[in-house]
Design a protein around this ligand. Structure first.
Ligand SMILES: *Cc1c(COP(=O)(O)O)cnc(C)c1O
Length: 392
């Protein structure tokens, strides 16, 4: 019999009842050190006092109003984001996949309005993940995500990751935009080198192609900069943000330049819940905390600390761990055993990590994880490796 909850996930038999900082407490009282953060969502850990305060204050005042009215909380959060980034304007969503939908629509509308309705093709890369809506699965295009769900939305060109010649050849007078994650998350913490992001920006400028960065996972301070692309010194025309921006409250945002957004006039897009006062109040607090340069410097320092520990873990356990990759607190451990098995042994050792493609487990701790918890995480990962060695 089908479970009452549609069984679309491979769920672990652990249910949590409470979270505090980098720790989660399960129903049976066991404590787990959380290095997954709900897949980079709980950017400030669980039950951060400042976020609890903002959420409960806003809950006393106003939860939802329609976007047929002015929403001051949206204007405040949008102002914070445009002050801190390349963007001139922001649309709020409830999730990452909704940001993919708008990014696609915005890019196509831009060329349509510029008198080029034929420029509809959007270039994406293998290993990409942009969400689970029909547009987002067509964009990423992996067999695993699209099989059985056709006909898919047309107009996507899928390229091999890192094939510069194929990229140059794929850009034509039909090309609308390129969508890329500066660091692939689901794809296995694959970092696009700064030089490649620069080259991609140049190529887009030469050809009038819009550049869309999907920073749903790698953005919001994860790499030690507010957004990952800042390391490369280039900016996109459109950027997708979600996950960490709500600190656990469902919130996403599409950021864009005035030029790229010029076609999105009244009536061209909308959302009932997108930008509701609760989400935007929490999001503003998250952005305020994370965008502080001192906070970001700490993320970079903690990232270096964790990375150093992981490097020595790789050196001590070459049968289990092959390499470390990533930036800041978006780190991946390439594994020899199946990543799902490593994650599972982690549960036994009271540590939560997230499997990804390319035989990688992801470590995405809270950005404010205490140094002592980083040390504890390394101890527990060492135990995980020892257990796996015994089993081999
Ligand atoms: C998680 C993710 C998405 C999709 O976000 P949802 O909130 O699950 O819809 C899109 N892009 C990237 C890079 C992601 O990591």
């Amino acid at each position: 019999m089908i479970p009452s909850v549609l069984p679309t996930y491979n769920r672990a038999p652990i249910a949590f009842v409470k979270g505090e900082g980098s720790w989660l407490m399960a129903e049976d009282g066991r404590r787990y050190l959380d290095l997954g953060s709900g897949i980079a969502v709980n950017a400030l850990g669980h039950a951060h006092p400042a976020l609890v305060q903002v959420l409960t204050d806003q809950a006393q005042k106003l939860w939802h109003v329609s976007n047929v009215y002015t929403v001051p909380e949206q204007e405040r959060l949008a102002g914070l984001l445009t002050d801190q980034t390349f963007a001139d304007t922001v649309f709020f969503t409830n999730s990452g996949t909704e940001t993919a939908e708008l990014a696609i629509k915005m890019a196509r509308k831009f060329h349509y309005d510029a008198g080029h309705p034929e420029r509809v093709e959007i270039v994406t890369f293998d290993g990409a993940f942009h969400g689970r809506s029909t547009g987002a699965i067509a964009a990423a295009g992996s067999e695993k995500m699209v099989k059985g769900f056709g006909p898919l939305m047309p107009g996507f060109v899928h390229l091999k990751w890192g094939d510069h010649d194929a990229l140059r050849a794929a850009i034509s007078d039909k090309t609308c935009a390129v969508i890329i994650e500066p660091i692939q998350g689901e794809g296995g913490i694959r970092v696009v080198p700064d030089q490649c992001l620069k080259g991609l920006r140049d190529l887009c400028d030469e050809t009038g192609t819009l550049l869309i960065f999907d920073e749903v996972q790698c953005g919001m301070g994860r790499t030690g900069r507010l957004f990952a692309h800042e390391w490369a010194g280039v900016t996109p025309d459109i950027m997708m943000v979600a996950k960490g921006i709500g600190g656990g409250f469902p919130l996403g945002a599409v950021l864009a330049t005035e030029r790229a957004a010029s076609g999105m006039t009244a009536g061209t897009h909308g959302s009932t819940y997108g930008g509701n006062p609760l989400g935007c109040a929490v999001g503003a607090k998250v952005v305020e905390i994370i965008s502080d340069p001192a906070f970001l410097a700490e993320v970079a320092r903690k990232g270096a600390l964790l990375r150093q520990g992981l490097e020595s873990l790789v050196a001590r356990h070459p049968q289990v761990f092959e390499a470390v990759r990533g930036e800041g607190l978006m780190l991946g451990l390439k594994c020899k055993p199946a990543p799902a098995d490593v994650v599972k042994v982690g549960y036994d050792q009271g540590i939560l990590t997230i499997a990804a493609a390319d035989n990688v487990i992801r470590l995405l701790p809270a950005l404010n994880i205490p140094d002592a918890d980083i040390a504890e995480a390394l101890t527990r990962l060492d135990q995980v490796a020892t257990e796996l060695e015994k089993a081999a």
